[in-house]
Design a protein. Structure first.
Length: 277
């Protein structure tokens, strides 16, 4: 399940951006229409009994290079989108699609201007910040036996680390509707996503009917920054360990991201001791 490098819409020449975007949206709709896959649609208020994994992340980030207004708008966007997802039940054999569940994102629906990445630059765009929501879901799924069937990534060095670094805390990329995040329920029981927010944090739970025999952990090795030409990059290898619950033994260590992310924050904020020449 190594997350390979994808060429996202942000890599396209600006002149062709709109054409490429609408082409991608149309092709995705046609592909899904012709697909025989079953997509999750049902939402239930009643929670499934077993918590597989829970995860939380800070919505409102602060820092020298961060605009408070876009952070406030991001919080609005995440609350709107998470309300469309929470409670969804994915039956055995079904696929969860981020965009099929949320739908279109526009100002008419209440979405605001937040940070988006385009051509390797941070700019503002309607619905900006929803990558954080997709990333939270990705972290839940990475800690389960469920199968990720579509994943796109962007730099996980959008802002300087505050406190202890958490691998996979950033990096999941989504853009309506052809840059999607999808996973398949490849088990014999229902699973459920729960998402909610308070003033500063986003919370997520993955639930199931009964306990799975394995747990998972994400570990990062050889994390550092390095300069290439006139740019800096965050470099590391991120692994997922599969652990047998009954014995606590690691059964498998899988490389899921050979990380080489361009730093998109002020280079002066990179810890000097983490830079390798």
């Amino acid at each position: 399940m190594l997350f390979k490098k994808n060429k996202n819409f942000c890599d396209i020449n600006p002149f062709f951006y709109s054409i490429s975007m609408y082409k991608g949206i149309l092709l995705r709709k046609i592909k899904d229409l012709l697909s025989k896959e079953k997509f999750a649609k049902v939402r239930e208020e009643k929670k499934l009994p077993n918590v597989v994994y829970e995860y939380s992340s800070t919505i409102i980030k602060e820092g020298k290079e961060i605009d408070p207004k876009t952070q406030e708008n991001k919080a609005v966007n995440i609350r709107l989108a998470s309300s469309k997802i929470t409670g969804i039940v994915i039956h055995p054999g079904e696929i969860f699609s981020f965009w099929r569940t949320i739908g279109t994102v526009n100002k008419r629906k209440g979405y605001k201007e937040g940070r988006v990445i385009r051509q390797n630059k941070l700019i503002t765009g309607t619905g900006g910040g929803l990558c954080n929501l997709a990333n939270t879901i990705n972290n839940l799924i990475l800690h389960s036996t469920l199968e990720i069937v579509e994943f796109h990534k962007h730099s996980d060095a959008l802002a300087s680390d505050i406190g202890h670094r958490v691998p996979m805390a950033n990096g999941t990329s989504v853009s309506y509707n052809y840059i999607d995040y999808r996973f398949k329920n490849n088990t014999d029981q229902d699973v459920q996503l729960l998402l909610w927010c308070d003033e500063s944090k986003l919370y997520g739970e993955l639930r199931s009917e009964y306990e799975f025999p394995y747990s998972y952990e994400i570990v990062e090795e050889d994390h550092h920054f390095q300069k290439e030409g006139d740019k800096y990059y965050r470099v590391s290898k991120i692994y997922r360990n599969t652990i047998q619950k009954s014995t606590k033994k690691i059964l498998n260590k899988e490389l899921i991201w050979d990380n080489h992310s361009m730093v998109m924050f002020d280079y002066n904020l990179i810890p000097k001791e983490e830079i390798r020449v």
